[in-house]
Design a binder for this molecule. Structure first.
Ligand code: SF4
Length: 329
């Protein structure tokens, strides 16, 4: 049976009109080649020498307590910490030597809380990484930090802002202030536009929970005046078992695209492993390239290739075999 592989299963997005998507026109051929591989490798179930992308959890600390975040679900028990710069440098150096295309400087946690964030962006760019990106709640994104991140070479920034309504936003983004966050995001976009950082992509995204359809329409209407893309993801309860049925055609894209390195070096295979239940290796003890091809990764990929994802406990319980956002609205 042909496998059903969705390269971007976990989120959808709505674009601005083509003529306003300036950042796309400003990206080079290397970026588009990387995006081609991002789609093609998992669809061919092809294993590259090195992951195309690293998700580096520079810190799992956060200044908010949002109920939809896995950090705040009952089973999350990791202590908070910050990645040491010497260790970060080693990850990037190994990546750069092996053709790594992109890094995202967060997994769980707020990357702007790391004192080294500007240096981390700068080092990755100087090392030749094509796309350096981060997700942020934008609460700490002052004008000065916006300028420093742009100067350091940040390519893409994804803002989490879960409602266009002040009262609702303040209720669900516990610890954030709607007016401050809106001001910070608009100011970042303004600095980008005036500063000649054409290639920088901006996206605002929300987790879709019990929203009325008009809320998403209002969200799009508001944000598409400012940012390039509006993204949305389904709410996922990380404590829930989604595996009452098996999707026989499913194969997951992530083990063919990316690798997650936690702040303390633990390597996990995907965005769903917040509990670290499928540890693939320790990046503090072994090169990433060795981990990417080790027996744990081979077993995971063979399960995908052979239509037996449900034999991996984490995957059997996972919502991704049923995700239907799939990249576009
Ligand atoms: S748990 Fe398995 S199926 Fe779910 S995202 Fe991770 S690798 Fe993919």
């Amino acid at each position: 049976m042909e496998r059903d592989v969705k390269p971007n299963a976990t989120y959808g997005e709505v674009r601005r009109t083509a003529e306003k998507m300036d950042w796309e026109k400003a990206r080079g051929a290397d970026y588009w080649e990387y995006r081609r591989k991002w789609t093609e490798y998992p669809q061919r179930l092809f294993v590259s020498e090195f992951p195309l992308h690293l998700d580096i959890e520079t810190t799992n600390a956060c200044n908010l307590k949002c109920p939809m975040c896995p950090r705040n679900q009952t089973s999350y028990r990791q202590k908070s910490g910050y990645m040491d710069f010497a260790f970060y440098r080693r990850l990037i150096e190994e990546g750069a030597e092996n053709g790594l295309c992109s890094v995202k400087l967060n997994y769980l946690g707020e990357p702007l809380m790391h004192k080294d964030i500007v240096r981390q962006v700068q080092f990755a760019k100087k090392s030749g990484i094509i796309e350096v990106m981060l997700n942020t709640n934008a609460t700490l994104l002052t004008e000065e930090l916006s300028r420093r991140l742009l100067d350091a070479g940040l390519d893409s920034i994804f803002f989490s802002a879960d409602s266009p309504y002040r009262e609702k936003y303040n209720r669900i983004r516990v610890g954030a202030d709607f007016d401050v966050v809106i001001k910070n995001i608009i100011s970042f976009v303004d600095i980008r536009n005036k500063g000649g950082y054409r290639h920088v992509q901006t996206r605002v995204s929300m987790v879709v929970m019990d929203n009325e359809p008009e809320e998403f329409e209002d969200y799009k209407k508001f944000w598409l005046d400012y940012v390039d893309l509006v993204g949305f993801g389904e709410y996922v309860n990380h404590d829930f078992d989604y595996g009452s049925e098996i999707n026989p055609a499913f194969a997951c894209a992530q083990p063919f695209q990316r690798m997650f390195v936690m702040w303390d070096g633990v390597v996990c295979p995907c965005c769903m492993d917040d509990k670290r239940s499928l540890v693939m290796g320790d990046a503090g003890a072994e090169p990433l390239k060795v981990i990417w091809h080790n027996a744990s990764y081979r077993r995971l990929r063979e399960a995908m290739i052979n239509g037996r994802y449900h034999e991996i406990g984490l995957c059997r319980r996972c919502y991704v075999p049923w995700a239907n956002t799939g990249g576009k609205e």
